[in-house]
Design a binder for this molecule. Sequence first.
Ligand code: C2E
Ligand code: MG
Ligand code: MG
Length: 286
Amino acid sequence: RAKAIGRDACCVYDEVLDVKNQDEMILESSLQFALQERQFEIAYQPIWEVRAQRIVGVEALVRWRHPVKGLIYPDSFIPLAERTGLIVELGQWVMETACREVAAWPAPIALSVNIAPPQLRRGEIVQELRDLLVNTQLPASRLKLEIAESQLSEDTPGMSATLSSLRDLGVGLTLDGFGTGSSSLVTLRSFPFADIKIDRRLTKEIAQDLRSRSLFEAILHVCRILKMDCIAEGVETKEQFALLQSFGCAYAQGFLIGKPEPAAAMRETLCRIAAGERPMAPVAPV
Ligand code: C2E
Ligand code: MG
Ligand code: MG
């Protein structure tokens, strides 16, 4: 009887796997189609300098405007794009579009773009970025590449050399999602990051939980010693903002300061700020 159940269970498992593979294949081909049809767009979320109280940058976040399903967020398609290699083409589109759009805005703010390891494994990336910066006239010092800590490991071959070449190009390197990978401190030692983003799961608890608060402060301390800048991600409440301000965290990003907005809306916001028609932040954090 146990054997029979085992066999049945095995069948069910196979069917589930098949359905999963089918779903994945369908998604993969529609992702490919979407790339040809240019169904992607970029939302920009402001990054706020805490002490100077102003927007100093934006993070480019890709969205898929599906003709039937509507707006699809990156967590639903980036992992598949990475598994299938489509991330290289998608990432190139994001990089080109974001550099072009931001270079045309009225304020000389920084642009942060998320990069997945398959993009960095291609030797051409350094030359391509150099050409793109020349073509869009975006100064290298205004571009920051965000690499997720969870996707880096010390022995990733060639990664350290590529990151050093990118840094030599003059672009900034940000360690994204700090505190969520398995090798935070080793990563800080091995790669030439200029700043780190503290993951929103850590920011979330600082107003309620003493241990989270201490951990957050300890990370800021490490950053200070290593002379790295720190960006707190996922700042949603005034309490969280007041705390990170009191800890001396230099930069903040989150719904309290501004949600990701389409390029035209973000540009409009920056135009109004430049003309003195509105405060520096879409929502004043304090
Ligand atoms: P991420 O780079 O850590 O980006 C921050 C994510 O947190 C964004 O989600 C943003 O909308 C969200 N967020 C910002 N502030 C808050 C807040 O106050 N509260 C909450 N709950 N969430 C907040 P999004 O746009 O869904 O992106 C998810 C992830 O997808 C990104 O995480 C990034 O890892 C990846 N991603 C997005 N665009 C790209 C891209 O062009 N290329 C690659 N490789 N990955 C991308
Ligand atoms: Mg990011
Ligand atoms: Mg992040």
